[in-house]
Write a protein that binds this ligand. Structure first.
Ligand SMILES: [Zn+2]
Length: 695
């Protein structure tokens, strides 16, 4: 069938020059990579050739320059050249359409346009951009080949479309027919060909793949085989033609969105560990992995601005490496103002495949949602923080302030690894693959160590129990001293050994190349440890135990990965045992009994501490009662309490501190060291009442 729009003006030489480029380009001497690709297309009967723009520049700079300025025409030429060479091979051109995709190496940063560089001067030009997929529309059919009938003579013919408005024929194929205006033709909708089309929104990513936080979004249109080729949270590099949107632009909510749209020609999906390590980098990484105490060193390097010396940093570090099965979810518990946000932000600044978010009073944007886009009126599914952290980490601050609906969905994501999002007829199964590091503050701002984990976090328990490991902020250490130590470490390491950039490479290299297996004796050791922990725990209520024991295995894997090992040895298991014990201790290891009291971790309070607290409260009330409930010097109160053989000074001090925090005791004046019962008879809050009930 003839086509009134086919190739009337193209000079032959451009097609010829593309043919020359395909035939003659040598990647290295004797390697004709496009000839090889065309042979492949011929033998495998596919229909798409992909070339690198820089190859065209090297081979034919004039054509390459023209390609940028007039990509629409040049792409047609490039496709014709492909067809010609296929015909030359003896191919019959079985496909309706052939495609040429233009990509550029991810190293060719100069070619990449930032979102702010996309302006009216670049309209209709070829552009290369990087972004993270933040919104995806439903798939809809778009006219590809319009079938038209002439109203005057009845001739039928086709016109190639693929534009946002219908391209009407400008004359009839019947040469004697005078038809020439739109009203002379009729579109035969049932006989026309359609192609799937989908629109996406991108948020900009920088050269190091960190998300640009300006919040500007760019629209891109996908056709044919590119439809459904990307998912929310994918980091991609696209090639395409910059167009303006021909939609109604008078509507509101456009401040953050451009009125440009990129007609996408090719997509490159970024993957971790894509950059090839130089020999020097690899040597530095291997050297570090061999160092004694490298675990502490790596943890300190990441969190060098973070003045706490605790297992917290180590646990987060292990989560960054991940286990063989994947994600390790970490919950950080800390009182108000201990620097949880600083820690999470540090991670998001160092690691490009991570996303920081925080809970707000209302619904935050943790999970993907479906809503109508005001600009084009279409339904889109939009990324939530869990999508932005895809293949990396989602760092959730103020987990306690996240809305209940989102908490439920978060729990489901951790549990099942996927979410069903729907609105009307639009539904989407979203695979959620991200490691979560979340920080939470106890309900009253202060974690009460005399109460169980369960009692501290009654409301969100079902969600919190989904986390693999829980770490506490240890804010008792000496900030100043620790920062000084950090400086020394940095002097030694950061200057010559590891930059953040190399640290990121280290993580990606370890993650992608090592899937360590337990050596037989290490497996035995692991079993032994698990049995021992189980025995040491009170057995009445250990439904959580099993899940948490599995995590010992995950942590061992992450630990071996970190050391660039393919095999997990006994000493690796032992190192993790130490870390895990600290974790259990933080949650409820009871020093006085020498047993890990699982009741305290996820059940009732430690019986030993409860008994001690009860004794202390009785004595305390006695002391204040005989003094007519007046304020007393704290030191003399401590001394009186110390007379009881059941109470040691350390316990008394911390209990008093806790009672002040709880608001049961208060300082007589802010400056004095006198304490007093706030109200001996009528404790106000639940917490207070609870402690008073002990009497
Ligand atoms: Zn006609």
């Amino acid at each position: 069938m003839s086509n009134p729009f086919s190739y009337q003006h193209q000079p032959i030489n451009k097609i010829q020059r593309f043919e020359d480029f395909y035939r003659l380009f040598q990647d290295s001497p004797g390697v004709y990579k496009y000839q090889d690709q065309i042979k492949d297309i011929y033998t495998k009967s596919t229909n798409t050739l992909v070339f690198l723009y820089e190859d065209l520049v090297a081979s034919d700079p004039d054509i390459a320059e023209m390609f940028i300025k007039d990509p629409e025409t040049l792409l047609e030429d490039a496709i014709e050249a492909l067809k010609n060479l296929l015909k030359f091979q003896g191919s019959k051109l079985e496909h309706n359409s052939y495609h040429v995709q233009v990509k550029t190496s991810i190293k060719n940063i100069k070619l990449i346009s930032g979102f702010k560089d996309l302006n009216s001067k670049k309209i209709s030009q070829l552009v290369f951009c990087r972004g993270i997929v933040s919104g995806i529309s439903q798939v809809k059919p778009v006219l590809l080949m319009g079938s038209f009938e002439c109203n005057l003579c009845g001739a039928q013919f086709e016109v190639f479309q693929l534009t946002s408005k219908i391209r009407w024929p400008k004359f009839c194929t019947n040469k004697r027919c005078k038809a020439k205006t739109q009203s002379d033709f009729r579109l035969l909708e049932n006989e026309s060909q359609y192609i799937d089309c989908q629109e996406i929104y991108l948020e900009e990513i920088l050269n190091d793949l960190h998300i640009n936080t300006s919040g500007k979004m760019l629209k891109a249109r996908l056709n044919g085989s590119l439809v459904n080729s990307v998912n929310l949270g994918d980091r991609i590099q696209i090639t395409g033609i910059l167009k303006t949107e021909d939609k109604d632009l008078t509507k509101r909510d456009q401040s953050l969105k451009f009125n440009y749209c990129i007609e996408v020609n090719a997509i490159h999906l970024f993957e971790k560990n894509e950059t090839i390590l130089s020999k020097e980098d690899l040597k530095k990484i291997e050297d570090l992995s061999q160092e004694v105490d490298m675990f502490e060193k790596v943890a300190d390097l990441i969190f060098h601005t973070f003045p706490y010396n605790s297992n917290l940093k180590k646990v987060c570090t292990l989560s960054l490496f991940g286990s063989n099965e994947g994600n390790i979810h970490v919950l950080l518990i800390g009182n108000e103002g201990v620097g949880k946000s600083t820690m999470l932000r540090t991670l998001s600044e160092v690691f490009p495949w991570s996303f920081y978010t925080f809970g707000k009073d209302k619904e935050s944007s943790l999970i993907p949602t479906i809503s109508r886009n005001d600009i084009d009126g279409q339904l889109y599914i939009w990324s939530g923080a869990l999508n932005y952290g895809k293949n990396g980490h989602t760092l959730i601050d103020n987990l306690d302030e996240i809305g209940n609906n989102e908490k439920r969905k978060l729990q489901q994501s951790i549990d099942e690894g996927k979410l069903l999002i729907k609105k009307g007829s639009f539904q989407s199964h979203q695979v959620i693959n991200t490691s979560i590091i979340a920080a939470i503050q106890p309900p009253n701002g202060i974690y009460n160590r005399y109460k169980s984990f369960r009692d501290n976090f009654k409301k969100d328990l079902s969600l919190l129990e989904k986390f693999d490991i829980i770490a506490f902020f240890d804010n008792t250490s000496d900030k100043e001293k620790h920062l000084k130590e950090m400086d020394t470490i940095l002097d030694v390491y950061q200057n010559d050994l590891l930059s953040n950039e190399l640290l990121v490479k280290y993580f990606e290299y370890a993650q992608s190349n090592f899937k360590p297996k337990f050596r037989k004796d290490a497996k035995g050791k692991l079993k032994e440890i698990l049995i021992r922990i189980k025995q040491d725990c009170s057995t009445e209520d250990n439904k959580i135990t099993k899940r948490h024991l599995i995590n010992v295995k995950k942590l061992c894997e992450a630990y071996a990965k970190m050391h660039l090992k393919h095999e997990i040895l006994i000493k690796d298991v032992e190192s993790i045992e130490l870390l895990f014990k600290e974790y259990l201790e933080n949650l409820g290891f009871d020093n006085t009994v020498g047993k890990i009291d699982m009741d305290r971790i996820f059940g009732d309070q430690s019986r030993t501490n409860l008994n001690k607290l009860e004794i202390l409260m009785n004595r305390l009330k006695g002391i204040f009662e005989v003094n007519d409930w007046k304020a007393l010097e704290r030191l003399s109160v401590v001394k009186s309490l110390e007379l009881d053989k059941n109470l040691d000074k350390k316990f008394i001090e911390s209990a008093l501190e806790e009672l002040v925090k709880e608001g049961i005791l208060y300082h007589y004046t802010p400056s004095s060291d006198k304490i007093q019962f706030r109200d001996p008879n009528y404790p106000k809050s639940d917490n207070q009442r609870k402690i008073f009930e002990l009497k």
